[in-house]
Design a binder for this molecule. Structure first.
Ligand code: AMP
Length: 570
């Protein structure tokens, strides 16, 4: 008898989850399912994506809703369209054996009439993003005044994406006696406020401590010069022929750049970033999910809705500014009991940042030497031989061609023949790595040369610090390439940004806000400085007017944001 059975779930549900391959509940499910089946107290759960939280709230709802009533009984709010679709799909799977169960999914950028029809057909469970959900409430197409369950999923993400006002407006329309379930990976002040305002004495559940990294993930880093970052990435891909991973970049421009280069170099990769249309994004994601793509190059924002369980690697092309972002990224591998590897490419001046991440996640990084050409060739060769050995031969289909093939190759001895087959695939690697240099950084020498710089007085402590912070904010390598590409000779405009650390702003939040407020644009971002009460950021001067306009109504966690040009910089 599985633990799910002892929880008292209906046979229809047990059958459905068995088909999904759920054998035993995950820790959060163990804590929430029995509780939610027996209590109508509100609940706050600290849990990250990948912990099984959809089933943690979904199974009790599917068990308890009344399928004979054709009106919304549960409303589930999620920050992104992708997550909403994922939740709806999971709920459909859980309730597939329950007759009359209907689920409506509401999200922007898609035909509203179809969604209205779904609601009118009597959906009992509604999953939506806050903006579209509020829109349908205002149009009186969605009635939430009789719901019994309200779920706020990834509540912290909803707030950081600026949905605070929408959430407040939706929550106001819901009945007081419903059960509210709030799921969040972090507990910023604003979530505590929501819990205090809209929930009554919530039961608290914590799964996996905040800031701890997934247990079975190895954290490795490669130390290279900034200019060798891409070459290092290729070597990571080549030494792991069966890689299935996400490569995280800081900006859309970098994402495009890295993905374009990988594709040109013959890798099975593509990009996922905010400039793609929804249809393009869906296409890339589905190719990745079905493993037709081996490597997905993505920004953090774009990868948010993508939930894939079997990633072998997460690669940080750059270290993110916020250690928690690193923890979140690396937690995408090593799931469902499998081993995962998180690789970070850094240069000398980023070692301090690496230590910050180590402190926050309570785990050490391991330095791994960048593989040399010979090692890569060896690995590729044995992978090829392995494939040759294990490939399934379809005797029937190739039978008719074999006589001609045997005849053509008859002049080759067995050993010679093997060499020929191997070379067809392998020459590409041999050629590429024939004269490949060792790109590992000699740390002792680098340290010495950094000390020398200081002694010569070429850069005093402050100047070095400045440079360090620019690299942290804007990344020198990216900046250099950006300048070479830009037609205006690399002018950057420095903007004053009216909020700072006090309001919860960090560098990632600023990058996200710029991306969100300039959809479809690829704007180079330079250094970002976050101070206590305000901040500064640099962007390509060509976009000065556009960004000023785009930020007219911008909000961060519900607070209005003002920006103005501070000065221009060459
Ligand atoms: P979630 O955190 O809800 O996004 O779930 C993460 C992944 O774990 C999803 O792919 C689920 O299908 C899967 N999952 C959830 N619960 C279980 C379980 N009890 N056993 C196995 N897989 C599960």
């Amino acid at each position: 008898m599985s633990l799910f059975e002892t929880m008292g779930l209906k046979a229809e549900i047990l059958g459905a989850i068995q088909e999904l391959g759920f054998e035993n509940p995950t820790p959060i499910q163990e804590q929430t399912i029995p509780f939610l089946l027996e209590n109508d107290q509100d609940m706050v759960a600290l849990a990250q994506t990948g912990t099984g939280k959809t089933a943690a709230f979904g199974l009790p709802i599917v068990q308890q809703f009344d399928c004979s009533v054709k009106a919304p009984q549960a409303l589930i709010l999620s920050p992104t369209r992708e997550l909403a679709l994922q939740i709806a799909k999971d709920l459909e799977n859980f309730s597939k054996n329950i007759k009359g169960a209907k689920i409506a999914t509401l999200y922007g950028g898609s035909d509203i009439r179809k969604q209205i029809k779904e609601l009118e057909s009597g959906a009992q469970i509604v999953v939506g993003t806050p903006g579209r959900t509020l829109d349908l409430i205002k149009r009186s197409k969605l009635k939430v005044n009789e719901i019994q369950w309200l779920v706020l999923d990834e509540a912290d993400e909803m707030l950081s994406m600026g949905f605070k006002d929408d959430l407040d407006a939706i929550l106001k329309d819901t009945p007081a006696e419903k059960q509210t379930l709030l799921f969040s990976a972090t507990m910023p002040k604003e979530i505590v406020r929501i819990a205090n305002t809209y929930m009554a004495d919530p039961h608290e559940v914590t799964v996996g401590k905040r800031n701890t990294a997934a247990e079975n993930v190895e954290h490795n880093y490669y130390l290279v010069h900034a200019k060798d970052r891409y070459i290092a990435l290729k070597r990571v891909a080549d030494i792991n022929p069966n890689i299935y991973g996400i490569i995280f970049c800081r900006t859309r421009a970098e994402t495009k750049d890295v993905a374009d280069k990988l594709m040109q170099d013959g890798y099975n990769a593509d990009a996922l970033h905010g400039d793609l249309s929804q249809a393009q994004r869906d296409h890339v994601m589905s190719r990745f999910r079905s493993k037709h793509l081996q490597m997905l190059v993505a920004t953090d924002v774009a990868a948010r809705g993508l939930d894939v369980n079997e990633l072998t690697h997460v690669i940080n092309y750059n270290l993110p500014d916020d250690p928690e972002v690193y923890i979140h990224r690396s937690g995408r591998t090593g799931r469902a009991g499998k081993k995962g590897i998180s690789i970070t490419l850094i240069h000398m001046r980023e070692k301090g940042k690496l230590r910050d991440v180590e402190k926050k996640m309570g785990k050490q990084f391991t330095k791994i030497p960048v593989p040399l050409g010979k090692e890569i060739c060896e690995k590729q060769l044995f992978n090829l031989i392995d494939r040759v050995e294990k490939v399934e031969v379809n005797n029937e289909q190739i039978a008719e061609f074999m006589p001609v093939i045997y005849k053509k190759l008859a002049w080759l001895e067995r050993e010679e023949l093997i060499k020929h087959f191997v070379s067809v695939e392998f020459n590409r690697f041999l050629q590429y790595y024939e004269n490949a240099k060792d790109i590992n950084v000699d740390e002792a020498r680098e340290k010495e040369s950094m000390r020398g710089d200081r002694r010569r007085g070429g850069r005093d402590g402050r100047e070095r610090g400045d440079r360090g912070s620019r690299e942290r904010g804007g990344d020198r390598e990216r900046g250099d390439r950006g300048r070479a590409r830009r037609g205006n000779g690399g002018n950057m405009s420095r903007f004053f940004f009216s909020l700072g650390k006090k309001s919860g702003v960090n560098k990632r939040a600023i990058i996200d806000l710029i991306n969100q407020n300039t959809p479809g644009k690829s704007i180079d971002i330079g250094s970002i400085e976050v101070l206590k009460g305000f901040s500064f950021f640099e962007i390509d001067s060509n976009y000065e007017k556009e960004i000023t306009k785009a930020f007219k109504n911008a909000r961060f966690r519900g607070q209005k944001v003002n920006i103005e040009v501070a000065n221009k910089k060459k």
